[in-house]
Write a protein that binds this ligand. Structure first.
Ligand code: GCW
Length: 767
């Protein structure tokens, strides 16, 4: 930036300089100036100083890592156009633990990853070329992250095999220059599966010995190894329950093997029974974490951290804070957040999560006489615990922009910033990120910041209303709408919608009693319908569709209205983004535009699926007559078909009218024709088709026998059949239509993808 070459000096410079040094080095050279400065671990100081008559910009910290963070903070200031002329700033991270987890499998695939294959693994081994892993560490360091678990919590025991350890050591080597410490997810059955023992009982001394030897071996290769993450007795994973032992037993046996090396264990509180009897009104998955871990408070060793998902279910679009945060006074805690947008649009939808995280981090658990927000509990302040902090599941991939959606990166940035300082306002974070990413053009900053800060509630409004959970296909992709999929199974993500009403009754008086897991003031608030906030109403209460919300609307009308408003706002993102053409680079402009257009189309799929489902079950019409009536929409099955055949889409609400048409492979090519009967004018046509990942169908659209558009359905959506995951909109703008014109869509199937079509919609465009 300055066009000058940096060099390492052992003494302080004689010319005006930027000085990077640890505090102890500075104290030795300039005791008068730095003798009094105090900093904790990872903290830094940025200061403009006159040292021996020369002006210096000093970046210092107690450790090299702190100095590095200070450098990034300085660069950030400069990039955001802030002054550095009178700098005097001290920053100290809120908590020692600021980690990320990656759910990468050794074969290179990533569980719930939406941005291509692993940057760490390929074909069962660590990648030969770890350039991207090193770049990722730099990126993490720039936002203050100091630990990274590189493999899936559904851990393959192979990760600890003797011949694998040197491979993971290579990852540690590329992390180290950036102060990011390596961590691994381990499977508790490893002593048996790869260790040759006939048991993995955590109380068996041979098992303890195995862990000890294993970590001695690992530390010989990776002296700064940070520790491990454990998922056990959860979703089919083996765990201490096999031997009637507790999570504390399992955590401690590993912790004791790590302790001599100062390593730590993150034991995930995500332990629940996924075969719950759904017919019992008392069963409740939300209770599981507290039920399993609260009785063990005080039984965990000091180098164990219980890692708690921010809500009691599983990263839904809206959940209350997990009651376990205030259920462990004598145990270290970390909050687990999710940057990868598993339930929040999978980086196909814009959903800026810091706004949501803040609601949980700032939520007062009433665990003491003073306010006890979640952020203070997890960082060890409330109960004075030795360690704790923040973890986020990130799941970056080899795709050029790490997370798939260029704007999705704001979530990773925001996570790092909040882990460093959870008091930051999410609007400020959005602004910082925008400036650092797109520059300081005020139109760009204002527009992107405003899109980001509204995006979570927009996403919520067309997906999961009033705390009912994300109404997605919960047994499959977790992407498109699937209202019914959460019911009648053991997974426990129930919303209990039936013809009479909707919501999980979690009260103590008549429900599952979940509210009793909170401290008194919180319990009291959620126990009563009157004091439960609307946005969490259906999480805590079962009410009739005609129940009147605080807003004055009935529940059913709220569902309809919020879905229509949400789809409208998603369409608005496209228009907002279009104002930035020429203000941001072309490549990202186009990429973001493509994602936002997809989102706007998919928001309509969501809107229609959810609204129709609730219309069906409640039998109560939309007061504004929108649901079930679609002006300008022509169902594909009502068009004149050649080769195409109609079929029923399951679940039916994921296609308009419950039906679509497909071109079976026995046909080379099929077509669907509609004779336009409207007035002459300019129109846009939306073609709703199904883009699966098991074929690349080809579409062509003709008006009066002239091709007006063509495309290949080759997106990577999580779908192998027509439905809410694959339904995609193609918008053809600016068409001149006359009455009697034939609009013909030609589909050529490929593989198992049958060029399926749902409908077309014709809208007049203003002259
Ligand atoms: O959110 C759910 C995911 C699983 C994941 C699990 C967990 C790694 O659907 O894919 O498994 O949570 O957090 O362990």
């Amino acid at each position: 930036m300055l066009g000058r070459t940096l060099h390492e000096e052992k003494t302080l410079p004689r010319e005006s300089s930027i000085v990077l040094a640890t505090l102890s080095e500075l104290r030795a050279h300039a005791p008068a100036i730095f003798g009094q400065a105090v900093l904790g671990e990872d903290g830094f100081l940025l200061r403009k100083e006159r040292i021996d008559g020369t002006d210096c910009l000093v970046v210092t910290g107690t450790t090299d890592r702190g100095v590095l963070y200070g450098v990034f903070a300085l660069l950030s200031r400069i990039a955001r156009g802030e002054t550095v002329s009178a700098l005097n700033e001290t920053q100290q991270p809120y908590a020692p633990i600021r980690w990320v987890d990656e759910w990468d499998n050794l074969d290179g695939r990533i569980e719930r990853g939406y941005a291509g294959p692993s940057i760490f693994f390929e074909n069962g081994n660590v990648r030969a070329d770890l350039t991207r892993a090193g770049e990722y560490a730099r990126l993490l360091a720039s936002i203050g992250i100091n630990g990274c678990a590189i493999n899936n919590v559904n851990a393959n025991p192979r990760i600890l095999e003797d011949d694998f350890l040197p491979q993971v050591a290579r990852v540690a080597d590329v992390f180290r220059p950036w102060g990011v410490r390596l961590s691994l997810s381990v499977d508790v059955s490893s002593p048996k599966v790869i260790g040759g023992l006939d048991t993995f009982d955590p109380r068996d001394p041979r098992v303890a010995e195995w862990w000890k030897k294993k970590f001695d071996q690992l530390y010989a290769l990776v002296p700064d190894f940070a520790g491990v993450v454990v998922k056990a007795d959860s979703e089919g994973r083996l765990g201490p329950a096999t031997y009637q032992r507790t999570p504390a037993d399992a955590a401690n046996v590993i912790a004791r093997a790590l302790a001599p090396h100062h390593g730590i264990v993150f034991y995930r509180a995500f332990v629940y029974n996924h075969h719950l009897d759904w017919t019992s009104p008392k069963n409740d998955r939300a209770k599981a974490a507290y039920d399993n871990f609260h009785p063990l408070d005080g039984k965990f060793d000091d180098n164990v951290i219980v890692q708690i998902k921010h809500g009691p279910i599983d990263f839904q679009v809206r959940e209350p804070a997990s009651p376990l945060f205030s259920g462990l006074d004598k145990t270290n805690e970390a909050i687990e957040l999710q940057v990868t947008q598993e339930y929040t649009g999978q980086q196909r939808h814009l959903c800026f999560l810091p706004t949501m995280w803040k609601q949980v981090l700032d939520f007062d658990m009433h665990a003491g006489p003073q306010p006890t927000p979640v952020k203070d509990i997890v960082s060890g302040k409330t109960f004075d615990r030795p360690t704790g902090g923040f973890v986020a599941v990130v799941n970056v991939g080899m795709d050029a922009n790490w997370l798939g959606h260029p704007l999705g990166m704001a979530n990773l940035y925001g996570y790092g910033r909040l882990a460093w300082n959870p008091d930051l306002d999410s609007k400020v974070i959005a602004e910082e990120w925008t400036r650092l990413t797109f520059g300081n053009d005020s139109t760009v900053v204002r527009t992107i910041q405003s899109m980001l800060v509204s995006s979570w509630t927009v996403y919520e409004s067309y997906t999961g209303p009033l705390g009912a959970g994300t109404l997605t296909d919960i047994v499959g992709s977790h992407f498109g709408p699937g209202v019914e999929s959460s019911e009648r199974n053991g997974w426990g993500q129930w919303h209990r919608a039936d013809p009479g009403g909707i919501g999980m009754d979690r009260t103590a008086a008549t429900g599952t009693g979940y509210v009793d897991q909170y401290r008194a003031p919180v319990r009291k608030m959620y126990e009563s319908l009157d004091t439960t906030p609307d946005e969490l109403l259906l999480f805590f209460h079962h009410v009739p569709y005609t129940y009147v919300l605080g807003s004055g609307k009935t529940v059913i009308q709220h569902i309809y209205d919020s879905h229509y408003a949400g789809a409208q706002l998603a369409a608005g993102f496209v228009n907002q983004w279009k104002t930035l053409k020429g203000h941001v680079d072309e490549e990202r402009y186009e990429e973001v535009l493509g994602r936002l257009e997809f989102q706007a189309g998919h928001a309509i799929v969501w809107r229609d699926a959810v609204c129709n489902w609730f219309l069906g079950i409640s039998g109560i019409a939309d007061q504004y007559g929108r649901v079930g009536h679609y002006p300008g929409r022509i169902e594909a099955e009502a068009m004149q078909l050649e080769g195409y055949v109609p079929f029923d889409v399951v679940p039916r609400e994921t296609a308009s009218g419950g039906k679509a048409i497909e071109c079976l492979p026995s046909e080379q090519k099929c077509s669907a024709t509609y004779r336009f009967a409207g007035a002459a004018g300019r129109y846009e046509i939306d073609v709703e088709y199904f883009d699966q990942n098991n074929g690349k169908s080809h579409f062509r659209v003709f008006v009066r026998d002239r091709v007006v558009d063509e495309w290949v359905a080759d997106d990577r959506l999580p779908a192998t059949k027509p439905g809410g995951d694959s339904s995609t909109r193609r918008r053809i703008p600016g068409l001149a239509l006359r009455p009697g014109d034939n609009i013909r869509i030609e589909g050529v199937p490929d593989g198992e993808e049958h060029a399926a079509l749902d409908y077309i919609e014709i809208h007049a465009t203003p002259e």
